[in-house]
Ligand binder design. Structure first.
Ligand code: NAD
Length: 354
């Protein structure tokens, strides 16, 4: 399949691109390399992909640029789109709301319009576990209420689901929305807890634990996300398949459309997570316990049975194994170039996985 991956220089995008290239797909990448976090990390991810799987066309395009997107679609006519480009981050959305409207709403509309004008066999787009918001009824099932998002980021992802549904209904675009649950692994995002925590622990700095460390998160290892994506890609939804586990619900949609949670159904207490990370780094963590932050969801846990039913796969990497891969990468990418002594090297001898 000729697949357009948007956000190809991002964390999930780079891993997805690499896997697709290795499996012989033709991939076209798109990313605006914005400075939400260090663009050099994005450039390095692209080099990693190119060294491992060869060159691929990668366009420095902003999805907010309707004309550029149109030219890209007209030139390459992708069979499928994996849309991962977005303004991510919950806390950043408190002070930078406009970025979410621009990238996640206007940009997403441009993408839907491009898929309408140049029909694709399958549009897969990133949503988020944050859509469950104030709903504390875990494990979250796709049927659960998502009426009360707690941040503009979450609201933009919920809006994406509604927008994709309407385009799927009106124009027959086969669309799959994926609610990712806290993804981690090598080449991860510097604004997310694995990198923030590993960095603080390595530099002997106190580690900020909001909600006094009482959060629980359903951490999902990157390879499990990518495995799900590649299995879903050749399986676009057909009309009238809205809930493809159990009976179709006649009160819902007949559009070629579906939504899946992707998470492990194994929530981990944040303190356990920090202990595991510190053990793998061979260091002690100093904790700074802070109150709950506005916008934060307290517990996340995925019911991923619908995904399993559809593709015969459910995330399975244990936290120990996944964090060991992350720590191995973190050491080689961050600690060695900074000349920070690597303690307890034996604790983590695994090579980063592609
Ligand atoms: P990321 O920030 O590493 O990747 C996103 C990429 O998109 C970046 O490289 C960025 O430069 C690019 N981008 C942003 N705005 C753009 C625009 N307007 N035009 C073109 N490119 C743009 O984030 P990620 O962790 O890889 O997340 C990928 C997707 O998954 C996002 O939609 C995110 O909201 C969603 N998601 C991620 C997680 C997670 O735990 N990582 C959880 C839930 C949802």
């Amino acid at each position: 399949m000729k697949t357009l991956v948007t956000g190809a220089a991002g964390f999930i995008g780079a891993h997805t691109t690499l896997r697709l290239l290795r499996e012989g797909h033709e991939v076209i990448g798109l990313d605006n390399f914005n400075d939400y976090y260090d663009p050099q990390l994005k450039e390095a991810r692209v080099r990693w992909v190119q060294e491992a799987a060869g060159d691929f066309p990668l366009y420095r395009i902003d999805v907010e640029d309707h004309d550029e997107l149109e030219r890209l679609f007209a030139k390459h006519r992708p069979d499928a789109v994996i849309h991962l480009a977005a303004q991510a981050g919950v806390r950043y959305s408190l002070d930078n709301p406009r970025a979410y409207l621009d990238s996640n709403l206007a940009g997403f509309l441009n993408l839907l319009e491009a898929c309408r004008r140049h029909p694709v066999q399958h549009l897969i787009f990133a949503s988020s576990s944050s859509v469950y918001g104030a709903n504390h009824c875990t494990p979250y099932s796709e049927r659960h209420n998502t009426d009360h998002p707690l941040s503009l980021y979450a609201a933009s992802k919920k809006a994406n689901e509604a927008m994709a549904h309407s385009y799927s209904h009106l124009f027959g675009i086969p669309a799959t929305g994926l609610r990712f649950f806290t993804v981690y692994g090598p080449w991860g995002r510097p604004d997310m807890s694995p990198m923030l925590f590993a960095s603080a622990i390595s530099h002997g700095q106190p580690l900020k634990l909001f909600n006094h460390g009482e959060h629980q998160r359903d951490f999902t290892y990157i390879d499990d996300i990518v495995e799900s994506l590649v299995r879903l890609l050749p399986q676009p939804p057909s009309a009238n398949q809205y809930w493809n586990h159990g009976d179709p619900d006649p009160s819902t949609s007949a559009a070629p459309w579906r939504l899946y949670n992707i998470g492990g159904n194994r929530p981990v207490h944040l303190r356990v997570y920090v202990d595991t990370l510190a053990r793998l780094l061979g260091l002690q963590a100093q904790l700074q316990l802070l109150p709950l932050q506005p916008g934060d969801v307290i517990n996340t846990c995925a019911d991923a049975s619908a995904l399993e039913e559809a593709i015969g796969f459910t995330p399975q990497t244990s936290l120990d194994e996944g964090l060991a891969h992350f720590v191995a990468w973190f050491r080689s990418y961050y600690l060695r170039p900074l000349n920070i002594p690597v303690v307890n090297e034996q604790a983590c001898s695994l090579e980063p996985k592609g």
